[in-house]
Design a binder for this molecule. Structure first.
Ligand code: GN1
Ligand code: MG
Length: 364
């Protein structure tokens, strides 16, 4: 089935040669991603990435493609020597297609690379920080007002928490009972976690063009040199808070365990990894962030961790319709991991603040 679907999509995008093989790439919770390989006439193999966009999450997928066009064009123009993402076009000149079932597909060049989900190598963690800091810099002079808000209020933690507690109150599926401790914890930190996004809505922080999904596995690395090649997954590039991109990145990369680790005793926020990430990130943003933004990096880390806990929990309470789940209760497991991580961030917050301050001094 999938084989036929992928060959058909490949045909629409006029990929050259004979369909040779495909692989499913598993590191996303929303879209479906495949690596396909074609054998060209001269016998060489060429690979592409084919993606099916989840249209119940992205209601206007054509807007995503327009955003990506704008952003990659800007980067190509200002940083012509860097690798950028290339999307293929169909015969009618579009960089996407709908199939007969109404699914939305796109095709891009495959970049030979590796990605890291969890990683203990501090040099790679620092390079990940550098990649996201550099990305922030690349978009510093990009006019964010031309971008579509592909998911409105995506990182409005305050709203996310309101929605969670509305769904707790409704208890439609009767699942509250299985997560009372989690509901109680999030309720206790609700105002603290929503604070930055409220201040952002009030205009207290600069509106930046941000990535909004800065998980480590959204940076491609050179297999040999282990240097970052390019930041991918531009689906949620929108105006936002710089410190949330930082926070989301360290939430993921400083976690000693996977995002869905069932044994929470394995989940810690690793301060050495945090230090390594700060070094790369703060070095690359070159003092572009304001004092208010820098002062909020640690709170942003806590806030986005709670935001994600609340999104996973909300999805669990309302029937697992948003994030892909592999087993019943998967979203609850993810919630617990994020809560464990948030608690550890809280415990260590003075040390984390100190690391940020020291790293800033080093880059002055
Ligand atoms: C989703 O599917 P992926 O990995 O690109 C989600 C992010 C979450 C992440 C958690 C559009 O991203 O916000 O942080 O899962 N993307 C969307 O793993 O909701
Ligand atoms: Mg994503």
């Amino acid at each position: 089935m999938m084989f036929e679907k992928l060959t058909d999509v490949g045909k629409q995008f006029r990929l050259k040669g004979q369909f040779y093989a495909y692989d499913t790439i598993k590191n996303g919770n929303i879209n479906s991603t495949y690596k396909v390989t074609y054998k060209e006439d001269d016998g060489s193999l060429k690979s592409y990435i084919i993606q099916k966009i989840n249209t119940s999450v992205f209601h206007n997928p054509e807007d995503i493609m327009e955003n990506i066009d704008h952003v990659t064009e800007h980067i190509r123009e200002h940083y012509p020597d860097e690798i950028s993402l290339h999307f293929h076009h169909t015969a009618d000149g579009k960089n996407y297609m709908y199939d007969d079932d109404g699914s939305f597909w796109r095709v891009m060049n495959y970049v030979d690379s590796i990605t890291f989900d969890t990683c203990d190598d501090l040099a790679i963690i620092s390079a990940t920080g550098e990649a996201f800091g550099h990305f922030q810099m690349q978009l510093a002079d990009f006019d964010g007002s031309i971008l579509h808000e592909t998911i409105p209020e995506f990182h409005n933690t305050h709203n996310r928490l309101d929605k969670l507690f509305d769904d707790v109150a409704a208890n439609k599926l009767g699942r509250n009972e299985s997560c009372e401790a989690e509901i109680e914890y999030i309720s206790a930190v609700r105002y603290k976690a929503g604070q930055l996004s409220e201040r952002y809505s009030n205009g207290d922080f600069p509106v930046r063009v941000t990535h909004n999904d800065t998980k480590a596995n959204n940076v491609l690395f050179d297999r040999i040199t282990k240097r970052p090649l390019v930041v991918i997954d531009l689906d949620t590039v929108m105006p936002g808070m710089a410190m949330y991109d930082f926070g989301d990145a360290v939430r993921f990369i400083c976690n000693t365990a996977a995002e869905d680790e069932p044994d929470v005793r394995r989940v810690y926020f690793d301060t050495s990894k945090f230090r390594a990430f700060c070094k790369g990130y703060l070095g690359a943003v070159h003092g572009a962030l304001t004092k208010d933004e820098l002062d909020s990096l640690v709170l942003a880390t806590f806030s986005i961790t709670i935001e994600l806990a609340s999104r996973f929990l909300d999805d669990y309470l309302t029937g697992d319709k948003y994030f892909k789940v592999n087993y019943p209760g998967h979203n609850l497991i993810r919630t617990r991991t994020q809560i464990q991580l948030a608690k550890d961030i809280m415990r260590k917050h003075e040390e984390l603040e100190w690391i940020v301050e020291e790293t800033i001094k080093e880059h002055r």
